[in-house]
Design a protein around this ligand. Structure first.
Ligand SMILES: C[S@@+](CC[C@H](N)C(=O)[O-])C[C@H]1O[C@@H](n2cnc3c(N)ncnc32)[C@H](O)[C@@H]1O
Length: 211
């Protein structure tokens, strides 16, 4: 299956989840709200919230990150970007009352933001070969880098997971944290953090450009 086919299948996959579970963590394929909150807490570490900021939530789903940021009491302008139109519509509908919430399927509509956060967008590769998915993830990181000025963060399932677990799910992509740390250091900024200490089968990378 090539990337285009994969993307089409992934669209169907996530659209089905949303249909089945609505605008809830399960609707974007999480087990529940706890894991989602733990991951969000890592991703937002790249933000300096003392100043108002703009943020792109890349692969936003129905925009749960918006609520997370709002609950922190921070002042920000949020742009949720997702490939799937139904997700974007769900995001708009759920956040109708918030003038600082914007949703789009077209990343070119978003302004250059201070920060970009990308939660769980690389996890499902379906039948795409490992190397191809890795290349695709790197191209996506390049695009994410161009969309923000102060920094970005993303997370990924880790190849330091139990081998039996990985063997059971060949449709998932388990990335090598050291590879991505090295790639970000060499390509994006000298200031990169690798977080792999929060009890889930994944890791988070923070790229700070404004240190
Ligand atoms: C597992 S969900 C996570 C949603 C949200 N980030 C969260 O953590 O609640 C992944 C979402 O990323 C979107 N996505 C995946 N790759 C993307 C890309 N390259 N550009 C935009 N959206 C993408 C999918 O459509 C899906 O809605």
């Amino acid at each position: 299956m090539n990337l285009e086919e994969t993307q089409k299948k992934l669209n169907e996959y996530f659209a089905e989840k949303l249909e089945q579970f609505g605008a809830t963590p399960k609707g974007v394929d999480y087990n529940g709200p706890e894991a989602q909150a733990i991951r969000f807490e890592q991703l937002v570490k790249v933000i300096h919230p003392e100043q108002p900021f703009t943020v792109i939530d890349y692969g936003c789903g129905y925009g749960a990150m918006f609520d997370f940021l709002q609950q922190k009491g921070w002042t920000f302008e949020y742009w949720g970007v997702d490939l799937i139109e139904k997700m974007v519509l769900a995001g708009r509908e759920t956040h109708r009352g918030f003038p600082n919430a914007h949703f789009t399927t077209d990343e070119r509509e978003a302004p250059l933001a201070d920060y970009l956060l990308a939660g769980a967008i690389f996890n499902i590769k379906l039948e795409t070969p490992y190397d191809e998915w890795r290349d695709f993830s790197l191209q996506t990181l390049q695009r994410m880098n161009a969309l923000c000025s102060k920094g970005f963060s993303f997370n990924m399932l880790t190849k330091y997971s139990d081998p039996e677990r990985m063997a059971q799910r060949p449709d998932l992509y388990y990335g090598d944290p050291l590879f991505y740390f090295d790639y970000c250091k060499r390509n994006f900024s000298r200031n990169v953090a690798l977080l792999h200490d929060y009890g889930l089968y994944d890791f988070t990378i923070l790229v700070r450009k404004d240190v």
